[in-house]
Ligand binder design. Sequence first.
Ligand code: ZN
Length: 134
Amino acid sequence: MTIAIAALLVLGVLIYTLIVRPGSLPEPEPVSPFRHVDEAKARIYENLRDLQFELRLGKLSDEDYARTKLDLQKELAKVLADADKLKAELGVQTTVKAAKAKAPAEFVCPHCGKKFKEAMKFCGSCGKPMEADA
Ligand SMILES: [Zn+2]
């Protein structure tokens, strides 16, 4: 009898795990490409803080402190370099997209309606500011 109840419980948990949970899980949040960078940076800074704390407490020899600190700084440099690479890659994409998005064929004066090929601060025709909200 006990075994039957236990088996039923296990089955219930299995069903819950396999069927109920995946369906009720919220949509995964879009992960920022810099999230792991931020996390890695935070972790290294925390380790550096701990390291200084331990040195002050006398738990660490100067030699151990210097060596561990150097390791952490190397790790940090690598993380930052990766972040820069990522930024550069994303930056290129963003720039291309932005250039496409805001490259109107012409600029129209909001006051007199005259069209110009180049963006200007003031209309060459009526002399009023080219930007409506300027
Ligand atoms: Zn004008």
